[in-house]
Write a protein of this length. Structure first.
Length: 373
């Protein structure tokens, strides 16, 4: 029996890179589901940690559904707002509070009254907003911009991040007191490659979804294709698996997905799912190599060495991640706002454009958790 978690509307898409289904066949996934359901019964703030595309919002929705809260589930992507707008979006504003505020508006905390507010990419919040968020969590009150009147809010907060917040704290990009406040209950979502028992079940689910849309029936996966799916590293996690299956269904013949139909990059999963830390390399490995490079630079006595090293690091990481800001920030262990500041300074960002409509999800309908044969 496969347990499956999906969004209420299978056509509904808020973030193109998010996972739209979770299964719980792998032992690690079953343990996570049990932990999430135990946490749901409390009012504790929850911090969900996991890479992009691992299903953090689906877990947050399931926590809300199991909590029995009467209010809505609202999802907000903190990385979708500029630093100037994020405070008004979260806490609201009064008429005339700033240029363009022609009328009063409630923030997301007020809108989620009696329900759950899911803050995705919490690490992207500016430090000034982190201070106010900490106060809201402590006092359960918000003060709109331009007002002095506190408003009581009864909201369950679930936050998510794809960067290591403890590293952001050490670097001074995230407040330690807010981190401890958020991590009352922490759920760690493993990468898809680290829960191989879910891979084929998810593939079968997406085959069913896209077969119906494409008018196909009785599509099967060849044994060679199954082996390829299990051997792949899945750097894009569940979202990448969905795209791979979708494309394979478009080009496959005779209702059979073969190894050749899977557009997989040449990235095989290592024998151990756990990454090898840098310190484990012989003789200091990468750290010693870096120190030798720095020693040569010190001997040359170049001007503004720190700025040059920082610039080279940012440029190289951004190029390595194919100019993806989310992945670059995760690689460097910094928030996307901090990364964007560096990219602007280095002239690596295109000219500013009109801010698109906020990426939010106001659907109060709980996720579907059901059994599939």
């Amino acid at each position: 029996m496969t347990r499956l978690l999906t969004f209420p509307d299978s056509q509904h898409q808020v973030l193109s890179i998010r996972a739209k289904a979770l299964v719980f066949d792998d032992p690690a996934s079953r343990a996570l589901l049990a932990q999430a359901e135990r946490v749901a019964a409390s009012d504790a703030t929850v911090l969900i940690i996991g890479e992009t595309g691992t299903g953090k919002e689906l877990i947050a929705r399931h926590i809300h559904h199991c909590s029995g809260r009467r209010g809505p589930f609202l999802a907000v992507n903190c990385g979708a707002f500029t630093e100037q707008l994020v405070e008004a979006e979260l806490f609201g504003h009064e008429a005339g509070a700033y240029t363009g505020a022609t009328s009063a508006r409630a923030g997301w905390f007020e809108a989620a009254a009696e329900g759950t507010l899911f803050l995705d990419e919490i690490g992207d919040l500016p430090l000034s907003v982190q201070v106010k968020l900490l106060r809201v969590l402590q006092e359960r009150q918000v003060v709109r911009i331009g007002s002095r009147k506190p408003i009581d809010v009864r909201v369950r907060l679930v936050a998510a991040t794809n960067v290591r917040l403890e590293q952001a704290v050490a670097a001074g990009h995230f407040r330690a007191d807010l981190y401890y406040r958020l991590s009352v209950a922490t759920l760690q979502l493993s990468n898809l490659a680290q829960r191989p028992g879910d891979i084929l079940a998810l593939a079968e689910h997406f085959i069913g979804v896209y077969s119906r849309r494409l008018g196909l029936s009785d599509v099967r996966i060849s044994p060679e294709a199954r082996d390829a799916l299990l051997a792949y590293a899945w750097p894009g996690n569940i979202r990448e698996l969905e795209n791979v299956i979708h494309y394979a269904l478009i080009i496959c013949r005779d209702a059979c997905i073969t190894r050749e139909d899977l557009q997989l990059h040449a990235i095989a999963r290592p024998s151990s799912a756990q990454p090898v830390p840098v310190a484990a390399h012989a003789d200091g490995g990468d750290e010693e190599m870096l120190e030798r490079v720095f020693e040569r630079l010190f001997d040359e006595a170049p001007q503004a060495l720190h700025a040059r090293v920082e610039s080279a690091l940012i440029r190289a990481a951004y190029r390595h991640c194919h100019h993806n800001q989310v992945h670059t920030a995760a690689l460097l262990g910094i928030t996307r706002n901090v990364l964007r500041t560096h990219l602007k300074r280095l002239g690596l960002l295109p000219p500013a454009r009109t801010l698109p409509a906020p990426l939010i999800d106001e659907q109060p309908v709980p996720p579907r958790l059901h059994a599939a044969a």
